[in-house]
Design a protein around this ligand. Structure first.
Ligand SMILES: O=P(O)(O)O[C@H]1O[C@H](CO)[C@@H](O)[C@H]1O
Ligand SMILES: O=c1cc[nH]c(=O)[nH]1
Length: 360
């Protein structure tokens, strides 16, 4: 047997052992519940709360999550969503459907051939929502306003469902700065178009700046799970510029309007690159700020589909783009497997050093 093959067999054996151990633990837990009843689960043990949550939610009976076509009267949230550990977001419904089907296999679940995952929010015609065991997968559309609405409703969903310390991921595409297309970027800091580590929210005409702090422990943990030699592509940590537009705000020369020269464009790319910006996309500030506000751990993992130093048009062939789409998913799947199967005791679930806003 070749060395590569041997490595792959022992990796599969390790994964299988971890899966069996995890299932045994789950069976032990279930036996305990059957013996002791549900009272065995003391709500006080659920040592996690959403920070800064709207106090008026308690007055809503039912609470209608309009864009997700869910409400607390007709859906038993704890029963349907209580087991959710990870919430994954990406731009399109198609990507999130593929991810949901992919992650099922990755975390050792099976779906009968005759069964298809259903889009829970199909009726709203806005966002797609799939549940793959403990992984909730949703599409967010394009830009801050779109992802912001989805996040409000998803945060309320995990709250109503009493989910335990869920982790949110954005699995996206981006334009890389000086990076080979196909490189995966894990965001360390999200910057807005004015290069502020902030997301601007206007309340009663007054702008508020919400910090876009991302969990550094989680970002490093994800980075440690990449293996450029094995993967065949690089995964890097870097800052992400989150723009409100694909064209002018990202200094493209191929939009309907352009009020700068190619030289000015290159100057801008050099300036942000010197600041440590690795890529540009359109949701990371909203995503980071809203989840930081809630005290929820979150990470942004985006593949680059163009090197902006070389051009602006996305001319990467569709089959290559499909392959690229998978790369953030593969990395996040590795993280989930480690957390779920606990094969690596080094995984830090939440780190007291990571700043989260004070809960009232
Ligand atoms: O591929 P997704 O996740 O949609 O992300 C990127 O692609 C879109 C622009 O084409 C923006 O939403 C940007 O953030
Ligand atoms: O260049 C790019 C590519 C994907 N998404 C963006 O927002 N920009």
């Amino acid at each position: 047997m070749g060395e590569k093959c041997q490595k792959s067999v022992s990796k599969n054996v390790c994964d299988l052992k971890a899966m069996v151990n995890a299932q045994n633990r789950r069976i032990d837990e279930l036996i305990r519940y059957i013996k002791d009843g549900c009272s065995a689960v003391n709500p006080a043990d659920l040592n996690w709360t959403i920070c800064n949550l709207n106090p008026y939610i308690e007055c809503l009976n039912p609470d209608i999550l309009y864009h997700l076509t869910l409400d607390t009267k007709t859906t038993d949230f704890p029963k349907v969503f209580g087991d959710v550990r990870f919430v994954c977001l990406g731009g399109t419904g198609d990507r999130m459907n593929k991810f949901a089907n992919f992650i099922i296999g990755e975390i050792g679940l099976t779906l009968s051939m005759a069964v298809q995952l259903i889009d829970i929010s199909a009726g709203g015609h806005r966002y797609a929502l799939y549940k793959a065991g403990p992984v909730l997968c949703a599409s967010h559309g394009i830009g801050g306003p779109s992802i912001s609405i989805l996040l409000h409703e998803l945060i309320k969903l995990v709250y109503h469902a009493k989910c335990q310390d869920p982790v949110f991921f954005r699995l996206g595409t981006s334009g890389g700065i000086g990076l080979e297309p196909g490189t995966v970027v894990i965001t360390t800091q999200a910057l807005d178009s004015q290069l502020r580590p902030a997301y601007e929210v206007v309340v009663h005409t007054k702008p508020q700046l919400w910090p876009t702090t991302l969990n550094q422990t989680l970002a490093k943990e994800l980075s440690s799970l990449s293996d450029p030699c094995e993967d065949g592509y690089d995964t890097v940590l870097g800052k992400t510029l989150s723009a409100n537009d694909f064209y002018v705000e990202q200094s493209r020369l191929d939009g309907a309007f352009c009020m700068y020269t190619p030289q000015k464009k290159m100057c801008f790319l050099q300036q942000i690159s010197k600041m440590g910006v690795a890529n540009m996309e359109m949701e990371s500030t909203a995503f980071a700020a809203i989840l930081h506000q809630a005290g929820i751990r979150a990470a942004v993992v985006c593949v680059t589909i163009v090197n902006r130093n070389d051009g602006d048009q996305i001319d990467t062939p569709p089959d290559v783009l499909k392959q690229f789409d998978l790369r953030p998913q593969i990395l996040v799947a590795r993280y989930m497997r480690k957390v779920l199967f606990k094969c690596d005791e080094d995984i830090v679930e939440g780190c007291p050093c990571d700043p989260v806003p004070e809960c009232n």
